[in-house]
Structures are given as C-alpha cells and as structure tokens.
Design a protein around this ligand. Structure first.
Ligand code: APR
Length: 315
C-alpha cells in the first residue's frame, strides 16, 4: 500500500473533527495532516492516539500552512463558517469565499499536484473560485479538483431505501447538478434496485434530498448544520479518490467537477476516478421527463453560482 499524505484544512471544526477521525481509520492514509486556525494540537493528540497506520500531525495558523500541505496527495477542505437557521448557503458566500481563496493559493504554492476535495459551502461557487485561483497560479488541472456532493448521494440512498423498502446497503442513486437546493438532482429513475414508486413519492423524495441540509439546520435549532453525515460523506469520497490514485479499477462516484456543458462549466456527474484524479466523466444516462424538467430548472441558479465564484476570484 503506497504512502499517502492527506491534509484536512479546517480540521478542528464540526465537520473537520469527525472527518479527521474517519480518515485516521482509513488504512490507505500514511500521514494525516490536520490544519486549522485554532485547536489542532488537541485534535491531533486525541486522534493520534488511535492505533491505526497513519502518523497524525496538527498544524495551527497561517505560519504552519506550508508544512501542513507539503507532500500532500489529497487535500480536503471543510474550513469555513457553517449555515445558521434562516441563512441560505449563499449568505455564507463572502466569508467562505475569502477563506477558500486563501487556502487555494496555498495549495497552488505548496502542493500543486494534490487532489482537492472541496466541502466548504457554497460548493457551487467555491469550486469555481479554487479553479480560478489555480488558473492564475498556472497549475490548474481540471482532473484534480472536486466539489464533494457525496452527502446528496448518501441522503438520496437513505431516503429512497425507506420508501422503496429495500436494504439500504444495496441501494445506489446517482445525483447530478450542484450542491444546493434545486441544483441537487437525484436520478431516481436510475436508482438500483428499481422500485415502482408513484410520481408523488418521487417528487417528495427529490424535494427531501434537495432540502436535506435545511432539515438538519432546523433540527439543530440554531446550533449548526450537517457535520457528522457530512464527515461520513467526505471520508467516503476521499477513500474513493485514494483508491483511484492507487490504481483500483472502476471506482465511480458522483462529484462536482469541470464539465463540457457549455453554459455550466462545473456540474456534478458520475465520475470514474483514477491515478490522476478524474479519469472519465460518465454520461448522465437516460433521464425521466421529471428529471429533464429538473435539469432545465437548475441551470439558471447553477450558472449564476458559478459566475459569482469566478467573479469573486478575479476581483
Ligand atoms: N483556515 C483553516 N481553517 C479555518 C479557516 C481558515 N482560514 N477559517 C475557519 N476555519 C476553521 C474554523 O476554525 C473551524 O474549526 O474551519 C472550521 C469550521 O468548523 P465549523 O465552524 O464547526 O463549521 P462546519 O460545520 O464544520 O462547516 C464548515 O463546511 O459544509 C460546509 O457549510 C459548511 O461551509 C461550512 C463548512
């Protein structure tokens, strides 16, 4: 098993800490680098006592960012501020966009060949921001930049299994588009195993998947947004990326990556992962009429979120 260094930026946060725990449990990781602006010594000492393969080091503050990143094969970014009730993902925009801009500049400088898994919201915009920063630095490789949309897939699988009455472990549901509200488009027509669900049930499942983040924000009643399920999803996607890097064949996950759709330069699709990151962006496959409508409906919002990110990065 090759040596792999994974860096988590924002590792002391609500997502970062359980993500650090889950990555410590991953035998594909040999070095786990935990960076945050506060509290990483404690998190690193705590997680570091777990008797699994990786060596854990905590780095704190901008002076230590270079060391945190040097030699990283994969950088996972959950740094930022989380969504509060009444806040849309876009309200977070200015704070998180600024954080992502700085972290992307550091990645360009210190580990330009690493795969980057973006979790900081709004992902629809933060991924284009990172891409712009990377382009300016002259090291952008579209195969290596991913917006993590795995939580949408995880939710779609859970909700679908409940309605279809099938074992959740056997369920697969592709989710395309973006990572906010109506831009999230689960393709239940391609779900396996297929179940005969009514149009009403499919509409409700789609809406629940799209509103999954809000469901958690409301249930947490002012105390935060999804952290544990997001950490799980982030760890799952990171594991898929590491398997791809290690040459495991046929690793396919949905992810928000550079696309060939003219008006939408970034789009979540089924992606085959390989030794250089994205090996192939797979076709969307056949869509139901309901899904075709959903696809048309999401385009304006996704397009404007991408443009907002590009504009922020260049101002
Ligand atoms: N560099 C590194 N870490 C930072 C920076 C920075 N410039 N700025 C903030 N952080 C850290 C904070 O110190 C904190 O530990 O990011 C962490 C964020 O943790 P929380 O505030 O608990 O937020 P969390 O719920 O984990 O969400 C983080 O992920 O899904 C998204 O919408 C969510 O954008 C939000 C992000």
């Amino acid at each position: 098993v090759p040596e792999r260094k994974v860096a988590i930026l924002g590792a002391a946060g609500g997502i970062g800490q359980p993500l650090a725990l889950l990555m410590k449990l991953n035998p594909l990781v040999s070095s786990l680098s935990l960076f945050d602006i506060a509290n990483t010594p404690g998190v690193a000492a705590d997680v570091g006592h777990i008797n699994t393969r990786s060596q854990v080091v905590g780095y704190m503050g901008d002076d230590e960012l270079a060391k945190a990143l040097e030699g990283a094969d994969l950088v996972i970014i959950p740094a930022g501020v989380p969504r509060k009730p009444g806040m849309t993902r876009d309200d977070l925009f200015n704070i998180n966009a600024g954080i992502v801009k700085n972290l992307a500049s550091a990645i360009a400088k210190y580990c330009p060949h690493a795969l980057v898994n973006m979790i900081s919201n709004p992902v629809n915009s933060t991924v284009p921001i990172a891409a712009e920063i990377f382009k300016k630095a002259g090291m952008y490789d579209e195969k290596k930049l991913f917006g993590v949309t795995t939580l949408d897939v995880v939710r779609a699988k859970t909700f679908y299994a409940g309605k279809a009455n099938v074992p959740v472990a056997e369920v697969n549901v592709p989710v395309i588009g973006g990572h906010a509200g109506v831009t999230i488009l689960p393709l239940f027509s391609q779900a396996t195993p297929q179940a005969n669900l009514s149009a009403d049930v499919l509409t409700a499942l789609t809406k629940r998947t799209q509103d999954g983040g809000t469901e958690v924000v409301e249930a947490k009643a002012g105390k935060g947004s999804a952290t544990l399920s997001m950490a799980y999803a982030g760890a799952l996607f990171a594991d898929a990326c590491l398997k791809g890097l290690n040459g495991v064949p046929d690793v396919v996950e949905c992810s928000y990556v550079q696309s060939t759709i003219t008006e939408l330069p970034f789009f979540a699709s089924k992606v085959r992962l390989g030794k250089n990151g994205v090996e192939e962006v797979l076709d969307l496959g056949p869509l139901s009429d309901f899904e075709k409508e959903g696809l048309e409906a999401l385009k304006p919002e996704l397009k404007s979120s991408i443009e907002k990110g590009v504009k922020f990065a260049n101002q």
